[in-house]
Design a binder for this molecule. Structure first.
Ligand code: ZN
Length: 202
């Protein structure tokens, strides 16, 4: 039997601003000012291989969700090496999708043998949105928080891919907005936007 995760549904934007997220930007007005409240992730790089995984599977006009596997370097740089489609096929719609935990478990097994590589987050597609900075829904944020709680790791990466403005560029070079969700020293869950660096195509 396939166990389903909560619906990742768009709508009810929580991030109020579409301003450039070049520096960590607090959600809902909270700024990570104190050192203790800084995210445990300095930067996110998405490897070409992972982008190809997304481009191969994700862009048919319906939402898809991918598990992100990668490594965290000692300086806090996160490198996403693989993106595995974990969409529950029959739940895919234009504005929502559910995770198949069976598919996720299968990928976890396959990745387990790769040194230092582990599940660090997820990425889903907003197929109807163009733009620079994605607006996650309340459900997106709730889902990411639940994944952080489930994980033994100190953070969770929640990413959203959108169609770039240049239609010809299509999905080989999607716009990716990356959110870092973590617990601060006081045990509160924080979330901020980080620029994701996409490894250039050859
Ligand atoms: Zn979403």
């Amino acid at each position: 039997m396939t166990r389903m995760g909560p619906i990742v549904r768009r709508g009810g934007c929580v991030l109020g601003s579409r301003s450039s997220p070049s520096a960590p930007t607090a959600v809902a007005g909270r700024k990570p000012t104190a050192a203790a409240n800084r995210p445990p992730v300095r930067s996110v790089m998405i490897d070409r291989r992972a982008l190809a995984d997304i481009a191969d599977h994700g862009f048919d006009g319906l939402e898809s969700v991918f598990a992100l596997f990668g490594v965290t370097h000692p300086d806090g740089a996160v490198q996403v090496m693989f993106a595995a489609d974990v969409s529950a096929e029959r739940t895919r719609e234009t504005s929502s999708v559910q995770v198949s935990f069976a598919r996720l478990a299968g990928w976890n097994k396959r990745i387990a043998g790769i040194r230092d590589c582990e599940l660090i987050g997820d990425l889903h597609i907003h197929p109807r949105d163009h733009g620079t900075v994605a607006n996650p829904s309340r459900a997106d944020l709730k889902w990411w928080r639940s994944q952080l709680a489930r994980s033994s790791r100190p953070f969770w990466i929640g990413a959203v891919a959108q169609r770039p403005y240049d239609a010809d560029a299509a999905w080989l070079t999607p716009t990716v907005t990356t959110f870092v969700i973590w617990k601060d020293d006081a045990g509160r869950t924080d979330c901020c936007v980080l620029d994701a660096e996409l490894e250039p195509r050859r």
